[in-house]
Design a protein around this ligand. Structure first.
Ligand SMILES: Nc1ncnc2c1ncn2[C@@H]1O[C@H](COP(=O)(O)OP(=O)(O)OP(=O)(O)O)[C@@H](O)[C@H]1O
Length: 579
């Protein structure tokens, strides 16, 4: 039970002091909350002793009103300390986890994890943020009231105090059991919720494929199945709790019955006064309420524990550049030394050794799946190699932080992702400090200024998430404008294979020419002109480097490159002859 408070305090960091202060004030608030009952006890005692006078009534009234006023003030202070801290803590946590995610290996972002990541950052954290302070408050109040109740009963009769202490002890054990079971069930429920998010994300993102292949039925079925599983687990979870909650509640019923019995016998035997019995009767029906209410909160507490566990699990993923340092690169030469690499069990690259001199253009050529994109991913350290070294500027990329490496690299890939923001901000993503004039200058170089101006709100036009409101060619030019603005010395470029209209292709080519001036350029090349102009060509086959050189040299060697070139020339003349 207290573990939740402990975890919140650890999570709170510098706000822990405020939360502890709020808990301390809650203690006094709970004390003042009991003042009216002590006053009733006082008045009834006075009546039965026939000594009640105006002064007693005035005293009781003043005490009750003062206690209420103090309670209101304390509640306000507690609320402002807690709610302020709660929102601050989770705003900070969201920013922190966003920063950490950037430094996780790309393999972590596999499809299966996307639903998990989304569910943790949205629903799990939201849930904790909404309820955590309220729950901390309830737990503190419940336990403070328990102590007050035992002390008060001790004042009246030690036997009643003993009964109440035993009831609290047994109820606490039941509650712990409830939480232990709840934590497990809560984890299953939240994991199933991640599966639901994954299914929904897949369904929505694949909508165009689903529609075009008329697959609405099977995919909708998978999503429905995920929803049904979530429903079943939620129901099963509630069912598992019914007997546990019943046991928890029974201790209080048992405690009340025993207290009434013992108190009545005590009055009969003369060891307790009648006013004391009366007050015990009034009191006994309310002392257990705050503690009993914890079973009502148990659903939230157990889910919260599960949410915090899942969040911790997300935070505990080892970041890729843990041992990296912020270093300034002195040059931009890239080297692969005996590099072998596998995605999990799947071997992809084998003993690759090559150099890419700075300010040169290297074309990666090879059939689909030969490992071209993987080479680009390793240069950007999206994954780490298990064998060999990837060096940039003479430094092993493992010695660099992702930030200090990636500030030197721009990537222009085929699958351009645009954020649901203005075009201006989408381009500015390349350099957040850039002025509007600099953004426009970059857009002009990337040959997108003209079409942006034609849009209704120009640079302020909001792009739909993913950029679906723009054509493929337009998105690609915007991504080139981003890269121009970033002005990184190393460019990783994946030339488009998808056919764009000749006009768009011309503009994209012009934009790329602006981007790559004086840069170290690694291009996954598809256009024959790019390949021909490259300073060096690396020919890959099944993850091995089988040829290396300039076009003029390779074209003379019998081998893969010559075949490839011949085939591409034939298909080009074939295309031209059929236009
Ligand atoms: N994230 C990944 N997880 C597991 N396997 C992967 C991953 N990315 C690529 N692969 C596999 O690694 C191999 C090399 O892929 P890569 O994308 O590097 O090839 P490529 O030469 O760029 O292909 P293409 O020209 O089709 O883009 C392929 O067999 C591919 O299936």
């Amino acid at each position: 039970m207290f573990s939740i408070i402990k975890r919140v305090l650890i999570l709170a960091g510098k706000f822990a002091g405020k939360i502890k202060l709020a808990m301390g004030i809650s203690f006094f608030e709970a004390l003042f909350n009991n003042v009216p009952f002590f006053m009733i006890f006082y008045i009834v005692s006075e009546i039965l002793q026939d000594s009640l006078d105006r002064a007693d009534l005035r005293f009781a009234m003043i005490m009750i009103i003062t206690a209420l006023l103090v309670q209101v003030i304390l509640k306000r202070i507690i609320y402002s300390l807690q709610s302020g801290s709660g929102f601050e803590i989770f705003a900070r946590e969201r920013i922190a986890i966003g920063d950490r995610l950037k430094r996780y290996p790309m393999g972590y972002f596999s499809e299966g994890n996307l639903g998990y990541i989304s569910a943790v950052i949205t629903s799990d954290i939201n849930f904790v943020e909404m309820y955590v302070m309220n729950i901390v408050d309830r737990v503190v109040i419940a336990y403070v009231n328990a102590v007050i109740a035992v002390l008060f009963l001790l004042y009246i009769d030690y036997r009643l105090a003993l009964i109440s202490a035993v009831v609290y002890l047994l109820a606490n054990l039941s509650l712990n059991k409830l939480f232990a079971v709840g934590k497990l069930q809560g984890q299953t429920r939240q994991n199933t919720q991640s599966e639901v998010v994954t299914a929904v994300l897949e369904y929505v993102r694949g909508m165009s494929v689903i529609k075009s292949f008329n697959l609405t039925g099977p995919k909708a079925k998978a999503t429905k199945k995920a929803f049904e599983k979530f429903r079943d687990i939620s129901i099963a979870m509630e069912k598992a709790f019914v007997p546990l909650i019943f046991r928890f509640e029974s201790w209080f019923a048992f405690g009340i019955a025993l207290t009434v019995l013992v108190a009545s016998l005590a009055v009969k035997s003369g060891s307790m006064l009648l006013p004391e019995l009366l007050i015990v009767l009034i009191f006994i029906f309310r002392i257990y309420i705050p503690f009993q209410a914890l079973s009502g909160q148990s659903a939230e507490i157990r889910l919260m524990e599960a949410c915090l566990d899942r969040y911790q699990k997300l935070k505990d993923i080892e970041i890729i550049d843990q041992a990296g340092q912020d270093k300034q690169l002195k040059n931009y030469q890239i080297e692969f030394e005996d590099v072998s690499f596998a995605y999990e069990e799947h071997d992809v690259l084998h003993d690759l050794t090559f150099q890419i001199p700075e300010h040169s253009m290297t074309a990666l050529v090879g059939s689909s799946g030969s490992g071209k994109s993987t080479i680009a991913n390793l240069i950007a350290r999206f994954w780490d190699v298990e064998q060999g070294q990837v060096k940039v500027g003479g430094i092993n990329v493992k010695e660099l932080t992702c930030d200090s490496l990636l500030q030197n690299i721009s990537m222009v890939f085929q699958n351009v992702y645009l954020f649901n923001d203005t075009i201006l901000n989408n381009i500015r993503f390349g350099n957040p400090q850039a002025t509007e004039a600099e953004v426009i200058a970059a857009a002009k170089k990337a040959r997108c200024h003209h079409f942006i101006q034609q849009l209704e709100a120009g640079y302020q036009t909001v792009v739909e998430e993913g950029g679906s409101s723009l054509s493929g060619g337009e998105k690609q030019r915007i991504s080139i404008a981003r890269a121009i603005l970033k002005d990184a010395p190393i460019i990783l470029l994946d030339e488009a294979t998808a056919s764009v209209d000749p006009e768009n292709e011309k503009y994209i080519q012009q934009a790329i020419n602006e981007l790559v001036k004086d840069k170290t350029l690694i291009v996954i090349a598809h256009r024959l002109s790019t390949i021909k102009n490259a300073d060096q060509i690396l020919v890959l086959e099944a993850g091995r480097l089988i040829q290396q050189g300039k076009h003029s040299e390779l074209i003379k060697e019998a081998g893969k490159y010559q075949d490839f070139w011949q085939k591409r020339m034939n298909s080009k003349s074939w295309q031209i002859s059929h236009v």
